[in-house]
Design a protein. Structure first.
Length: 107
């Protein structure tokens, strides 16, 4: 919360992962407690006056955060065949979430 609190209009953006267990075939996802984590983050953030909003998670880790084209995700690795950009897939997704057009987290 300290990091977010240093900004004039702090905002924490989280992917809306409701229903992810139904959309994925990966069995490990059943042990994740997304809703519990979201509630904890929201509670702590609101106590500090920090807004928390959701964005659509569709293709956040598969879209290049540099050129916007769909790239290739292989485990934790993202590579864009259009511009050659490579990055950890989750960091690439975070960059996309931060600038998602038409979403509430573009503040």
């Amino acid at each position: 919360m300290e990091f977010a609190a240093q900004f004039d209009n702090p905002l924490i953006c989280l992917e809306d992962l409701e229903g992810i267990r139904d959309r994925t075939g990966w069995s490990g996802v059943y042990s994740w407690y997304f809703d519990q984590l979201r509630r904890f983050i929201t509670y702590k953030a609101e106590r500090e006056g920090i807004r928390v909003e959701s964005v659509d998670p569709a293709y956040t880790s598969q879209t290049c955060s540099q050129c916007g084209e769909r790239g290739d995700r292989d485990g934790d690795h993202f590579a864009c065949s259009s511009c050659g950009y490579e990055r950890h897939a989750d960091l690439n997704a975070a960059a996309n979430i931060a600038v998602r057009e038409g979403e509430p987290c573009t503040d």
